[in-house]
Design a protein. Sequence first.
Length: 394
Amino acid sequence: MDIFPLDLNAFKVSEEYGFMLIKPLKVLPDYFSEWNTLAQNMAELVQQKTLRGAVDKMALFDHHRLQGYRELRLAHLQLSIIASGYIWQEGDSGAAKVLPACLAVPWHGVSMLLGIQPVLCHPSLVLANWTVDDQGVLQSLYNLPGGDHAEWFVTVTAQVELAFAKGLKALMQALTHAQNRNVDALVIDLQNIKHTVQEMKKAFSKMHEKLSAETFYDVLRPFLSGWGGDGSPLPDGVVYTGISDEPLQMTGGSAAQSSTLQCIDAVLRVRHGPEIRSFLENMRNYMPPAHKEFIETIEEHSQVKLAVAESHDQQLTAAYNECLESVVDFRSYHVQIVTKYIVLMANRETRNKDYEALATRGTGGSSILPFLKSLRSTTSETRINDNKYSEHKS
Ligand code: HEM
C-alpha cells in the first residue's frame, strides 16, 4: 500500500516550523499568574535561593482550567522551569527528593494530557519556548540560569529546528519519489536534504558566539539534569506528592529528544545498533506523541535506501551517499561541541563543585563520546557501495 505523501497536520508538524510549536503563548490566564511569575523569575529566585520557599507557599491550582493545546504546552514549560529550579536550587547535595503537590499534581496532570513526561524536556524548553521580536529576531520566553548565555542555548537550538523545517518538503518528497521509484526527482530531493543538513550545521555553529562553555557547564547544565539511576544525586528518583508515593525516575532534557535527526535517520534508513536504538527509542517518549508516531511511520515505510540500491544509478547513489556524509559531518560537529562544552569543562580543577555528582553524565545521562561516535559510524556505514552502476538517463 502506498502511504506517502503523509498529512503533516495529522502529526502536528508544519512545513514552515517543522516540529516547533506554532506561535506559542507567552503567558497563561490570570488564574495561573503565580506560575507566570515564578517561571519568569526562576533564575533570579534560584540565585537568591528563594524559589523553593516560594513554591512551598503556593496554592494548588486546578490545571483542568487550562484551555486548548497551546495553554497546556505553556503550562508544561512553566512548571518544568519552576520544578527544575525547585529540585536543583541547593546543588546536588541539597537536591529535593520530594516535589510538593502544588507543583507535582498539575505538572503530572498536564504531562499526561500532552503525552509527554513531567520533566524539563526539549519539546518545552525549545519547541514551545520561542517568539520573535519586532526586528524578527528569535527570542526565548522562559530561561534557565545563565542569563543571555542560557537564552542563546535555547534560541540556537531552535534555529537548528527551523533550519530542519526548511528541508521538510524535500524529506517528504523523497519518501514519495522513492515509493514511486522516480529516480530523477529523488536525486534532487536528496541534494536538497543534504543542503538542509548543512544549513542545520551552520545554525548550530552559532552556539560558540554567545554561549560560553563555563556558563553552560557550571551554571545552566545542572538544571537540565534528570533524576534516578546510578550516579545520580537522586538515585531513586523524585516523589511527586499527590501522584505516587514511589519516586519517579526521569531522563534529563537534551536535544537528543529532538525529532529532527531521528526523522532524517528514518528517511535515509540509518539503523543504529540495539543499545543506541533503545536509547533513541526512549528519547521518543519525551517527544510529543504525534512526533513519535511521525518518526515511527517513516521508519517503517521509507523506501529511500531500497530505491537507491535497486536503481544501480550512479548519480542517485552518489546523492544518497553525500546526503549521509552531511549527517556524518553534522554528528562530527556535535562531537566537537560536546567535547568543548562538557568533556573539557568536566576536566577543569575550577569546575563548579556544587553539582559534582552530575559531572560525568551526559545531559540525558549517557556516557557521552563513545555513544555519539558510534552514532556517527553507523551513519557512515549506511553508505551504498555499488560498483554495478548504470548510466543515469538525464
Ligand atoms: C551546547 C550544546 C549541546 C550540547 C552540550 C549537547 C550535548 C549532547 C549530549 C551529551 C548528548 C548525548 C545524549 C545525552 O546524554 O543527552 C547529545 C545527544 C544529541 N544531541 Fe546534543 N548537545 C548540544 C546541542 C545540540 C543541538 C543544538 C542539537 C540539534 C538539534 C543536538 C542534537 C542532538 C541529538 C540528535 C542527539 C542524539 C544523538 C544523535 O542523534 O546523534 N544537540 N547532545
